[in-house]
Design a protein around this ligand. Structure first.
Ligand SMILES: [Zn+2]
Length: 314
């Protein structure tokens, strides 16, 4: 049997943000400063809401607990996560704990977090990936309106993540016909959007990628990327090289096209401070990403791949 979990309602496309009906007395959580969130909230035409705008990037469980302590006594009707991955993750966890509907509105596009049962939060200073079907959105709102004004580096890193997730998700051993269909469509949309400068299609592609990989998993490319993330490289940027060499290793049908996309987006070569041997040990512990990889991977393989990445051998 295969199980597919997606949000109850998905509102996407032009004017999705302004045409969605928001309940009264909802709690909006965001990382955005007041001058930005005010513009968004006006466009949403939302009335009688509460606002928590102190979500920090890479939030911790303490932030979630602070939100619950401050707002649960005020009986919010729903929680609205408005922003990048950080805002959505806090809304997912707090909404589950408070047992209220979750409305997720991504303002950057790539993680597909608005579609998935995943939630990333810091516990004792360490990032932890949690999965629970109760994290799923009741309503997801996807509108390319937010693309305007997003810094180019963020757009580029995010769309690279979406491409990596779609293609790794397609090859994942945890996939099924449905997830492969979604991942394939996602990459087709993203490839066309990147190669032909149709940036307004990134949100739709990212949404499809989230539905696909969110019900399968990512694989070797993501496993390799975390040693770079640990040294401060943005997630999407580290995937540019990591997923390329992973696709080559896996003989993925996406290898050539993924490389084209990376070249078009123009990413700089990655470097690694940690010795390759040590980094390979870290990667090898990531069973969550290595087990679903289509081909078994040894430490030796990982060392060669990391060496290729830092030498720019794609
Ligand atoms: Zn990712």
């Amino acid at each position: 049997m295969n199980t597919v979990r997606i949000p109850k309602t998905i509102n996407y496309g032009k004017d999705a943000l302004s045409d969605t009906q928001y309940p009264k007395n909802a709690l909006v959580v965001t990382t955005a400063p007041p001058e930005v969130s005010k513009k968004w909230l006006t466009r949403m035409k939302i009335a009688d809401y509460m606002l928590y705008d102190k979500v920090e990037p890479e939030p911790s469980i303490e932030t979630v607990n602070r939100v619950i302590a401050e707002f649960k006594p005020k009986n919010p009707s729903a929680i609205i996560g408005l922003g990048g991955g950080s805002s959505l993750d806090v809304a997912k966890y707090a909404g589950m704990e408070m047992k209220i509907p979750k409305i997720l509105i991504p303002t950057t596009f790539g993680t597909g977090a608005e579609m998935t049962t995943y939630c990333v939060l810091k516990f004792d200073g360490k990032k932890k990936l949690l999965q629970d079907e109760r994290f799923l959105a009741d309503v997801a709102v996807i509108d390319s309106y937010f693309m305007d004004g997003t810094p180019e580096a963020i757009v580029k890193n995010s769309v690279c993540d979406a491409c990596a997730q779609a293609t790794e998700g397609y090859d994942s051993k945890r996939g099924n016909e449905f997830t492969r269909m979604m991942c394939k469509s996602a990459f087709d949309v993203l490839y066309d959007a990147i190669m032909n400068n149709k940036h307004e299609n990134y949100p739709f592609g990212s949404m499809l990628s989230g539905i696909g990989f969110g019900n399968a998993s990512t694989t070797l490319g993501h496993a390799l990327s975390y040693v770079f993330s640990n040294e401060g490289v943005p997630h999407g940027y580290s995937l540019s090289a990591c997923t390329t060499v992973a696709h080559r290793f896996n003989k993925s049908s996406f290898y050539e096209k993924f490389k084209e996309v990376i070249e078009k987006l123009k990413f700089d070569k990655l470097s690694l401070k940690m010795p390759v041997d040590q980094a390979a040990d870290v990667v090898m512990t990531d069973k969550g990403h290595l087990d679903p990889n289509p081909i078994p991977v040894t430490k030796d393989d990982i060392m060669h791949l990391l060496q290729d990445i830092v030498n720019g051998r794609m």
